[in-house]
Design a protein around this ligand. Structure first.
Ligand code: SER
Length: 595
């Protein structure tokens, strides 16, 4: 089965069960200050899991693009990825455990759908602890309704069978996981033990009943939700009888290209295979991140740093594989774009940006890579561990992300003084916001009253910016907390003091007028014809929510947005811009507060 067929089959199955297919959201979460990338299909749905009404109904399904930076160092084996697609289905206060488990079972084992061997399937359920009780209900459904024998149902603790919140707070709950035996069919163990790596987890059904609060309490949510996730790469490999995700059509052309460029073959040698997988994964992830409208390019901070790290690691492994061609990484990028072009339109749309950025970064890093590696080799002979100063020199002079230095050191059995490194680079401030500085922990925007106020203020500000600077202004990212808003938008020049004053005045007038904030659901075409701003290139053209600030002839802003927002602008307080600065080429950043 091809990836296209499988993706479609999954969505068709859930459509036949009355789910609405929703488009993949952007890889860059909207209005979420604490997370760099969308890490799961549930991520864009958090407000709805917390009780907001979703315009497409209470049964949803999607194939969501995801990036998991926590897995970057694991990439290299047959199952880990930085970029992957997650198939998922959701019940927002509709069906719960029984229906969810029954549908998963039907999709996996029915001859009409995936037709997997039932004997190879085992499951795990939550064993219970001080926060929540043993999931007897799921256990009984598997045993009595589905007919899985007791020895193939493991009861496991929170570490295994609990999902979420995606960050520090938010929706979470016990889960039941479905495993598939990828070993010899004659050697299916009698019992199930998830320590045996031949049992591969294929699907996770989370029963999201709780909201974890900032006081570490588990409160029952307004509604009982289901959130499921199944990695497309993994299930595709399994359906096709392999345990190596990199041997599926999602990697075939990319790997062929790497083979061609390096004159090496995939599948014969573990070191070569590892390098090939790292290059394939990292460059695919890079292409997807850079295809986002927010124009992420390699840099030393935030998402840009992740992109830089992925590209540079891929280049280093390319050298290790013996790729001699110069400016080669774009060749891989073109294959990625071709392979996914009809599923993710944004790739082709942003191809020029992607290729230009890749060329620039390769040129920059290739100049210093050889010298840096030589420097590392020299040091290695002299020392027992890599000092903070050497690591910083490799970073500063040769452009080695600390993660590459750590990896090189590990390969030679050496330690790196990371604390020492951090001391040096904090002194240089430049990198104070990178992953290495510990800023990339997951987490979801809280739904506190203050944060919601800033969210509505961001709408007012975007509209004011358009009025003052012109219609070319579009949102490039936002970062909203309970204390302030940070907002990136497209504009080529520094704003003047007068322009900043005008924006402040417009927003404050809108606040003074105490405008009503209303929400309507409509299809994309309607939203477009009503002049709403927002993202219009949804693949499935589903219904969207449009938030309008103001009424009748006095409409201040109209935006496609998932919410939540305040009901009236009068409660927002006084709006003040604290800073306006460059964020990246053609993008400005405003930091503002409410007083
Ligand atoms: N959120 C769960 C996961 O990521 C299920 O979708 O595994």
């Amino acid at each position: 089965m091809t990836s296209k067929e499988l993706r479609q089959k999954y969505l068709d199955f859930f459509r036949s069960k009355n789910h609405t297919i929703i488009s993949s959201a952007s890889l860059i979460p909207e209005n979420d200050p604490t997370v760099l990338f969308t890490t799961a299909g549930m991520h864009p749905l958090v407000p709805y899991l917390l009780g907001e009404k979703h315009p497409a109904g209470n049964r949803l399904t999607s194939c969501q693009k995801c990036i998991r930076t926590s897995d970057i160092d694991e990439v290299g084996d047959t199952t880990h990825h930085t970029f992957f697609e997650m198939l998922g289905n959701w019940s927002l206060g509709d069906y719960f455990k029984e229906k969810s488990i029954e549908m998963s079972w039907e999709f996996l084992t029915s001859p009409d759908w995936l037709n997997l061997d039932k004997n190879r399937i085992a499951v795990s359920v939550f064993a219970g602890d001080k926060d929540a009780v043993f999931d007897q209900e799921s256990y009984d459904i598997w045993k009595n309704k589905i007919g899985i024998s007791e020895i193939k149902i493991a009861k496991l603790p929170k570490k295994n069978n609990w999902w979420g919140p995606a960050g520090l707070t938010g929706p979470c709950g016990p889960d039941t996981e479905i495993f598939y035996w990828t070993g010899d069919v004659n050697k299916i163990p009698n019992s199930f033990n998830d320590d045996n790596s031949l049992w591969v987890e294929i699907w996770n059904n989370v029963f999201m009943q709780y909201n974890k609060t900032s006081e570490n309490k588990f409160e029952l949510l307004k509604q009982q939700n289901v959130d499921t996730g199944m990695g497309l790469e993994r299930i595709l490999a399994i359906v096709n009888g392999s345990a190596d995700n990199y041997q599926t059509d999602l990697f075939k052309n990319i790997i062929n290209k790497i083979e061609q460029l390096s004159d090496k073959k995939y599948g014969n040698n573990s070191e070569i295979d590892k390098a090939i997988r790292i290059i394939a994964d990292h460059l695919k992830a890079t292409v997807f991140i850079m295809s986002d409208e927010k124009n992420i390019s390699p840099s030393n901070t935030d998402r840009g740093y992740i992109v830089r790290r992925l590209i540079r690691r891929a280049i280093r492994y390319g050298r290790q594989l013996g790729v001699v061609k110069k400016m080669w990484i774009k060749e891989i990028a073109k294959v990625v774009i071709d392979d996914y072009a009809d599923v993710y339109f944004e790739l082709q749309k942003n191809i020029n940006f992607i290729i230009t950025q890749l060329d620039k970064e390769e040129e920059k890093f290739s100049k210093t890579l050889e010298l840096g590696l030589k420097q590392f080799e020299n040091q290695k002979l002299k020392v027992k561990s890599i000092s903070g100063q050497i690591a910083f020199d490799l970073y500063q002079t040769y452009g080695f992300p600390i993660e590459i230095t750590k990896e090189l050191a590990k390969e030679s059995g050496l330690d790196v003084d990371e604390k020492g490194f951090l001391k040096y680079f904090k002194e240089h401030q430049d990198l104070s916001r990178t992953a290495s500085a510990g800023m990339f922990k997951g987490g979801l925007a809280d739904a506190s009253e203050e944060t919601i106020k800033y969210h509505t203020t961001a709408h007012l500000m975007l509209s004011a910016l358009k009025k003052v600077l012109g219609n070319h202004v579009s949102q490039k990212g936002s970062n909203i907390t309970a204390e302030r808003l940070r907002f990136d938008f497209s504009h080529n020049e520094k704003m003047t003091v007068e322009q900043l004053q005008q924006v402040e005045n417009l927003v404050n007038q809108a606040i003074k007028q105490d405008l009503i904030v209303s929400c309507e659901e409509m299809d994309l075409e309607q939203a477009r014809s009503k002049g709403a701003t927002g993202v219009f290139d949804l693949k499935y053209k589903e219904k969207v929510k449009v938030y309008t600030i103001g009424l009748g002839d006095n409409i201040f802003s109209k935006e496609i947005c998932g919410g939540p927002h305040v009901n009236q602008t009068g409660i927002l307080g006084k709006f003040k811009i604290k800073k306006e600065e460059s964020s990246s080429a053609g993008v400005r950043r405003i930091k503002a507060i409410l007083q």
